[in-house]
Every structure is written in C-alpha cells, then in structure tokens.
Design a protein around this ligand. Structure first.
Ligand code: GDP
Ligand code: MG
Length: 243
C-alpha cells in the first residue's frame, strides 16, 4: 500500500430510524474537501424500514461513495459498527452518529491528528478546550453524560476527557492487532481504546449538537449495559496490566 492508499478512509455510521437525517448528513459530507484521499460512507442500518433504503438509493445516483448495509436481524449499535469494520474497504475508519450531533466538517482535522506519528486513536471531544455541547441538551442528560465519562476515566483509566464519544477515527490495523472487540453496550470507542491498548490518543474539540430530527435510542437498558461494560473493562485492565 502506498502512502496515499493508506490515507483512504471509510466513514461508518450506525443508523436506526434516521431517514430524516441522512440527506443532510450526506450533503454535508459531500461538501467537505478531503484532498486526494478516497473515501466511502458505509451506513449500517438495523432494518429501520422507515424509508431509509429509498432515500439512500436516490442519493447514490449522485454520490457513488455512499453504501448501505441493511441487517435483517437487529443486533444493536456497536455490532453494527463491527459489521461496518468487516465491510469497510479502506484502511482508516471514522465512526460517527447519523443524527448530526457530530459535525462531519471536523473529519479532516481528526484524520490529520491520526496521521501524526504514534497517534493510534482520535476522539471528537466535547470536553477539551474548544469543545462544547448544545445548551439545548437537557441538563439531566448533560450531567449524566459527564458523570458517565468521569466513571470511565476513574475505573477504566483511559487518558481522555470524553471517553464516551461516538465520534472516532482509527486505523484498521489497531483493531486487527488488539484483543477481540466484544462490547456489551454502545461504547465501542471505550472498548477499542482498552482492548487495543491505545496509548497515544488525541482529542479534537467538537461542538456536539442536540439532534434536531428523530429520537434518541438511549434507554435504561443501554445505561445498564454501560455499567456492565465499564465493569468488564475495569477487570480486563486489571488482569492485562502485567501482560
Ligand atoms: N444500526 C444501529 N444503529 C443504532 C442503534 N441504536 C442507535 N443507533 C444509531 O447510533 C447513533 C447514536 O444513537 P442515538 O440514538 O443518537 O443516541 P444518543 O446520541 O446517545 O442519544 C445514531 O446514528 C443511531 O441511529 C441500533 O440498534 N442499530
Ligand atoms: Mg445522538
């Protein structure tokens, strides 16, 4: 692989009932200048049946780099990202949500950070200087997000301010050389940082926008699984310190 091929990237977007957000997301991505890098967008849908397929087929006439994977048996957000990993055709992966909470215009900066020597993982971060969240985000959600991030930093000891971000950039090789990825919840980024023993993690400030259309799929089960996940990762870390 030559140096330009190694910079090509796949943007993996897990989606569930996001038909209303997809056109704007894709149009915003299409307007970004990625230089000579080739890219694709891989939408991984858990069979939403909300018109997503028709909308994507229409957009594909204009954007040949847009792909849609529809999984007939819904298995969840992280599993959809793992499916995206399997199907991605480029060696650099960006993961982001579809609801426009994550600004795609930050992708070039995230890729530039990932290209710096030694950097093995990049997080689009709300909690570093320059980062922010919409004021509209309900206070309770903001406070619980901060608390969940704090718990992860203490228990799992990942050296990042926003360990729960779902806006990520990484190289395929880091996943291939790490321990198996087996997230029990939504936090695939946390799982990768721990299991792949990422040491040089960079955070790029982002403004996190409250979703304008559709509804969040966060529920009590997701929160419960989050605590199970953090517990498992804390145990993994404990036993892998000496390895
Ligand atoms: N494929 C798939 N995507 C999901 C699932 N649950 C959530 N998503 C997507 O994951 C992203 C984050 O979910 P969201 O509901 O916005 O969660 P929040 O940002 O924590 O409120 C969005 O792009 C969702 O469409 C799921 O079960 N399967
Ligand atoms: Mg969201």
């Amino acid at each position: 692989m030559d140096s330009t091929e190694s910079e090509n990237f796949s943007i993996i977007v897990p989606i569930f009932h996001e038909a209303k957000n997809i056109p704007e997301l894709i149009k915003r991505i299409a307007q970004i200048n990625f230089g000579s890098r080739m890219f694709e967008v891989v939408l991984v849908d858990d069979d939403s049946r909300d018109g997503t397929e028709e909308i994507v087929h229409h957009l594909q006439l204009q954007y040949p780099w847009l792909r849609l994977l529809v999984r007939k048996e819904k298995k969840g957000l992280s599993e959809s990202v793992l499916e995206g990993f399997q199907q991605a055709k480029y060696p650099v992966w960006v993961i982001m949500d579809a609801d426009l909470s994550h600004p795609p215009e930050k992708i070039p900066q995230m890729l530039a950070a990932l290209a710096e020597s030694h950097v093995d993982f990049v997080v689009g971060s709300r909690y570093v200087p320059g980062g922010s969240s919409d004021e509209m985000w309900p206070l309770l959600r903001r406070a619980s997000s901060r608390l969940a991030a704090f718990i992860a930093r203490i228990l799992v000891a990942v050296p990042v301010r926003d360990p729960l971000s779902g806006f990520l950039a990484l190289k395929k090789e880091i996943v291939q050389t790490g321990d198996p990825i087996e997230p029990v919840g939504w936090k695939i980024g946390l799982e990768i940082m721990v299991k792949c023993r990422c040491r040089h993690i960079r955070e790029v400030p982002i403004h996190f926008t409250q979703r304008a259309r559709g509804v969040s799929k966060l529920n009590l089960r997701v929160i419960f699984n989050y605590f199970r996940h953090v517990g498992r990762l804390a145990v993994f870390k404990l036993f892998s310190v000496s390895s």
